[in-house]
Design a protein around this ligand. Structure first.
Ligand SMILES: [Zn+2]
Length: 68
């Protein structure tokens, strides 16, 4: 869901999820979660889950050399 909204991306080499730090993409993901939550969970729970994920992933792949 977050990938679809463009809020996060996946490292092409290692597959780590990376926060894109894009507030608009986050808003979009929240909106999608609220309007179209996965089967079996409420929209509130879906939003909370997204906040959890965004809070737990970094903005860079831990295995990639830092790019500056
Ligand atoms: Zn990587």
């Amino acid at each position: 869901m977050l990938l679809e909204a463009g809020a996060i991306r996946e490292c092409e080499e290692h597959g780590w999820m990376q926060d894109r730090a894009d507030p608009h993409a986050r808003e979009r993901a929240m909106l999608v979660a609220r309007q179209n939550p996965p089967v079996g969970i409420s929209s509130d729970e879906a939003v909370a889950a997204i906040e959890d994920v965004l809070g737990s992933i970094g903005d860079a792949c831990p295995e990639c050399p830092p790019t500056e």
